[in-house]
Design a protein around this ligand. Structure first.
Ligand code: PSU
Ligand code: MN
Length: 311
């Protein structure tokens, strides 16, 4: 039975996660939107299991997060994981602004980077692994500014968590996103790279302000950052080289995907899932392999950083 260790909040930690947090053992938070809205049914459950396995193999406890029937759950049972990944789950995509409504109205949904980071931090977890961060979208033709700036960025500004990711999707304005992170004083570290990664691609062409070369260095930077700030931090880990997408194919699929989004009038929270699905179907599975490889790599790295922090 899940336990509510913080009776003044509606959070429910699984017994294993509650025990790990209480004893300061390493824990890695994992999000559920990448499973329910980012990967096809079947494959998503496989990836969910492998993600938890990779975290355990590195000596940490996995805490997959979702809101089920109005209860934010930190650490899911097998049945709950299957529910998140089911083809007919019809889970909402819950950003931070949706948490209050989903809890009060008893709804179920998968959590994004913004809401997962918030719930993880509230549960006492300081390391979180995902695929790609949300960011600043390009303005639509005929406009000069975009108001589509992912809540992931504002959340990192005031949430004490380390997010391990493969940069952000190349569908975004990466230069603008890095500027926003700088404005919010969120440190951005490249893991064994000087170049900020772009999800399916190892390089975005934008330099990272700082580089670390092992988990101990990343943990040391996080500990030092904590002395000055309660903001989040980004550790950017490029997709494994053997799974990087061919750049030409990538650029073609991206142009097609953006056109599809425009033609169908897709906006807001539906844009990212639509683009990911286009990549997955049009790349003959190559983007699925890349997506899986990068999240697994990020989960493993996050677990090793969490283990260093717990030492
Ligand atoms: N990483 C993945 N797949 C995903 C995401 C991350 O490999 O689907 C999700 C995260 O939940 C992130 C969201 O918060 O994409 C960004 O959505 P938006 O662009 O609507 O802010
Ligand atoms: Mn958006």
């Amino acid at each position: 039975m899940p336990v509510n260790t913080q009776p003044d909040t509606p959070l429910s930690l699984s017994p294993e996660v509650a025990d790990a947090v209480a004893t300061h053992a390493p824990v890695v938070a994992l999000e559920s939107t990448l499973l329910s809205h980012g990967l096809p049914p079947g494959r998503n459950l496989e990836v969910a299991h492998r993600l938890e396995g990779v975290v355990r193999d590195a000596g940490a406890v996995p805490a997959t997060i979702a809101v089920l029937d109005g209860i934010p759950r930190i650490g899911l049972t097998e049945v709950e994981l299957e529910r998140v990944c089911a083809a007919d789950s019809e889970l909402d995509k819950l950003s931070l602004r949706d948490l209050g409504p989903s809890v009060a109205l008893g709804r179920s949904g998968a959590t994004t980077v913004a809401s997962t980071a918030t719930l993880a931090a509230a549960a006492g977890i300081s390391v979180f692994a995902t695929g790609g961060l949300g960011g600043v979208h390009h303005p639509t033709p005929g406009t000069s500014v975009t108001w589509d700036v992912s809540a992931d960025l504002g959340t990192l500004a005031n949430t004490a968590i380390l997010v391990v990711c493969s940069g952000m999707k190349s569908i975004l304005d990466i230069a603008a996103t890095l500027e926003v992170l700088e404005t919010h004083s969120v440190p951005v570290l490249g893991y064994r790279t000087d170049d900020f990664p772009a999800f399916y691609l190892r390089s975005s062409g934008h330099p990272v302000p700082h580089r670390v070369d092992d988990p101990a260095q990343a943990a040391a930077v996080l500990a030092a950052h904590r002395r000055f700030s309660t903001s989040g931090m980004v550790l950017a880990n490029p997709v494994p080289v053997e799974h990087e997408l061919d750049r030409e194919m990538h650029d073609r699929l991206l142009a097609e995907g953006l056109e599809l989004v425009r033609d169908r009038g897709i906006t807001g929270a539906d844009v990212t899932p639509m683009l990911l699905e286009h990549f997955h179907t049009a790349s003959g599975g190559a983007s699925l392999d890349a997506n899986e490889a990068l999240v697994l790599s990020n989960a493993g790295l996050a677990a090793r950083v969490a283990a260093e922090l717990a030492r």
